[in-house]
Structure formats: C-alpha cells, structure tokens
Write a protein that binds this ligand. Structure first.
Ligand code: AMP
Length: 438
C-alpha cells in the first residue's frame, strides 16, 4: 500500500515525501480512507503507531476538497490531554499541511494566553488544544465553533484518566451537532464507550494494534532491588552501560526531582519533567533530551504520555505504576518503528502486587535479573501463573514461571550490551523461580 493509493492529493504526498515516509503505517492504512469517507471513527492506537498522520492527513485533504480556506474559521479541532502532545500534533499539522493554504495554531495552559489570543484573532482553520485552556478562550469569546466540521479526541482514554471529562462535555455542548467525530484511544474501556455513545453516529471501528501489542516488541527485565538502593542502581546502569538517552519513569513528581538531582550530583546530565514544572522548563528539558544534552529524562506518567521521541533505545521504570496499563504506555516509548527496545523495571519488595498485575495485563512473565552488589534483602517471588488465555495475535509468553532459564539465554545481547567484560564484578542472571539454592 502506498500513500498515493490512499487517495491523498499532491500537496500532501509532497509533504509526506519530504518527511521521508515510504509507506503508510497500519493505522494510517485503516484510518485515512475511513476519515476521507466522512464517517465517524473510533481508532484503537497509541502514540508511536503513526496515528497523528492517520487523522491529520485526511483532515487536511477533506478541508482542501471542500471550500475556500479563507476567512480562516475553525473547521477542525483536535483535543489532546497534555501540552506536549498538543504541541506535537500542531507540529504535525504544520508539517503535513505545509503545501496547503491552511492556518493552524495550538493553545494550552501553563503559558501566557495573550499570544494565543493574538494567533486566534488572525484566523485559524485547524486548532489543536488542551481542554482547560480552550474553555478559557471560549469563555473570553476568543474562539467560535460555528464552522467546525471535524472534532478529534486524541488519547481519549488519557483525557478521561486525567479528569477532563467535564471539560470535554462542556466543549461538546458548544460545538455544532453536525460534524465528523474521530476518537483515538489506546484502549476502549467502558468509560470511553459511554462517551462514544453520546457523541458518535454509527462510528467505524479500527484497531490495528491490540492494546498491549507494544509490549511484544520490547525486551523486558525486572531488576529486584531494595528501595533505598534504586537510585544507585540506576546510576550504575546508566554509567556502566553508557546509556546516552534513557527515559526513566517515576510515580511521583517529588521522586522525579529527587532522582534527577541524584544523577546530576553524580555527573550525569538529567532533567525532571512533570506537571509542576513550568511549560518553558518542560519544553527545555524535552529539547535537551532530544538533542542529546540531557542523558536521563525522569518523567511522571502524565508528563511522559505522548512524548514523541523516535526510537528511544531503553526506558527504565524507577518504580512501577499503580495502574498496570500505564506500564504498557511507558514501555511504548521504546521499541518504536519496528525496532526492538529494552525496558527495565527496578522492583522493590513492596511492588510485587503491581508487578503481578502488570504481568497479567501484558500476559507474559518478565525475566528477573539480579545485579551483583544490588541484590535485595528479600527475594522477588516468581511470577504468578497467567490467568487469562492468550488472545489471538499476541506474542508468545516468555517461558513459564519456574522454568529454568539458561544464563544469558534471552536476550543474548544482554551482557554484551552492558559491556560487562570490562567491569570487575561478575554478574548472575536468574529468571523467576530459578534462583540457585532455592
Ligand atoms: P505518532 O504515533 O503519530 O506519534 O507517530 C509516531 C512517529 O512515527 C512520529 O515520529 C512520526 O513522524 C512517525 N511516522 C508517522 N507515520 C509514519 C510513516 N508512515 N512512516 C514512518 N514514520 C512515520
């Protein structure tokens, strides 16, 4: 399948070519014709699948096909849960629409409202927004939706998780009822389906990536460790493996700050990114990380959600998330675009419950590996048996709990990657339930 065959027009094909995309991703193959047909759409896809182009390209095409671009009234609205995602979507709109005469802008909270008002007053065809700031602007009379043709709810599940449902409902009330609705969500939990029922008309459903598919491209490891040694273990891993770009997840904002500080003190460039940081600080941290100046970016789940950092080689869960699905989102930041990634979880004794819940959700056992010098006082027990039957299309599980794993059996590169030959502490690899002497 080519972009040409999807029925996209010359200005869009040119922009795609300039961007260097050779062929549409599966979500694009499914979503682009659906959106072009004018139907409402529910698409199950996460960041990393190419979903942004999946809705941006056909929206641009639809706007192009129908009517004059002037006088720049809001014809398409994209709602996103986070500022970072809003900025990324807006960048995509500008990139893919560079040979078309449309104007787009992005509005989100945490920054001054006046420049946003100025941009809106110049006229905008496509507006990307986070819900709270959009409502502020609407209440100030700075946005009008009378010409709206398309609404996109991007990462709808996360918008609900973040408590935006009331804002969304308030926004929906002021939109013209005749419009095309597109919803993108990593999962379609019941709450999402409820929302869908109330706004969608006979939607097409496409689902190219099962909710947990990302997990299959990622080699995953659990490092059991005492809580108080986690910071040192992380530092050890970063330095010894010479990781140059690693995204680390922290459950709390305070924890993220503390960890970044710990790494900085040890001479490793690190930044924290979370909701209490100003937008400018977040943008700076992300830019530093992308350019390679910042080696370790420590992020909370919400701040990290939707970050588009192409082909991140590894992510580390400094602590496990309380919501197991967040684990899937987290490791989705690595192993992009068909390349395999690595996810390491530092797990202390108080996190066994979360670990078990995660293994049930991803339907596989994660190999435990004990790092010499960081062995915990208490063992992490072997994985519990997986309860759900394996769904069709999912990757085979790792070997069952209790099975003996050959040292270094998987992945063979683990030790090489760490360059362990060069350091003087031998290292033992053990899988769940196979610890010698047990
Ligand atoms: P998204 O899931 O929309 O956040 O996109 C993830 C990444 O994939 C972005 O960096 C896009 O630029 C990239 N991308 C989107 N579509 C394609 C494609 N057809 N071929 C290659 N890369 C793509």
């Amino acid at each position: 399948m080519t972009f040409d065959e999807l029925g996209l027009s010359a200005p869009l094909l040119r922009a795609i070519e300039e961007k260097g995309y050779r062929e549409p991703s599966p979500i694009q193959v499914a979503a682009i014709p659906a959106v072009l047909s004018g139907r409402d759409l529910m698409a199950a896809a996460q960041t990393g699948t190419g979903k942004t182009a999946g809705f941006t390209l056909p929206i641009l095409q639809l706007l192009h096909q129908s009517g004059e671009p002037h006088p720049h009234r809001i014809r398409a609205l994209v709602l996103t849960p986070t500022r970072e995602l809003a900025a990324q979507v807006a960048e995509s709109v500008a990139t893919y629409g560079r040979h078309l005469p449309f104007k787009s802008t992005v509005v989100f909270g945490g920054v001054k409202i006046n420049p946003q008002i100025a941009a809106l007053r110049k006229g905008v065809d496509i507006l990307v927004a986070t819900p709270g700031r959009l409502l502020d602007l609407y209440q100030q009379g700075e946005v009008k939706f009378s010409d709206l043709e398309v609404l996109v709810l991007d990462e709808a599940d996360r918008m609900l998780d973040m408590g935006f449902i009331h804002d969304i409902r308030r926004i929906l009330k002021v939109l013209p009822p005749r419009r095309q609705n597109l919803m993108f969500s990593a999962t379609f939990a019941n709450e999402i389906r409820e929302l869908t029922k109330s706004i969608m008309h006979n939607p097409l459903e496409v689902s190219v990536a099962p909710a947990n598919a990302t997990a299959e491209r990622v080699e995953q490891w659990v490092y059991p460790v005492d809580k108080k040694l986690k910071s040192d273990l992380l530092l050890d891993l970063v330095v010894r493996n010479d990781w140059q770009q690693v995204l680390v997840f922290s459950r709390t904002k305070h924890g993220a700050n503390k960890l970044a500080h710990h790494l900085e003190k040890a001479g490793v460039n690190a930044s924290a990114i979370h909701g209490n940081k100003s937008q400018a600080a977040r943008t700076r941290a992300l830019a530093g990380f992308k350019s390679g100046k910042v080696r370790v970016l420590v992020a909370t789940d919400i701040a990290a959600r939707g970050l588009d950092i192409v082909q991140l080689p590894q992510v580390v869960n400094f602590d496990l998330p309380n919501v197991p699905e967040d684990y899937v989102h987290r490791i989705g930041r690595t192993g992009r675009a068909g390349s395999s990634g690595h996810a390491y979880s530092l797990v202390s004794a108080d996190e066994i419950k979360q670990l078990n819940a995660i293994e049930q959700v991803i339907q596989r056992h994660i190999t435990r590996e004990y790092v010499d010098g960081f062995e915990p006082d208490h063992d992490v027990p072997p994985s519990a048996p997986l309860r759900k039957p394996r769904a069709e299309g999912q990757a085979p599980t790792n070997r069952p709990a209790g099975a003996r794993e050959h040292h270094n059996a998987k992945p063979g590169s683990t030790q090489r990657r760490r360059g362990s030959e060069g350091h003087n502490r031998p290292r033992r690899n053990r899988s769940a339930g196979s610890r010698p002497g047990q």
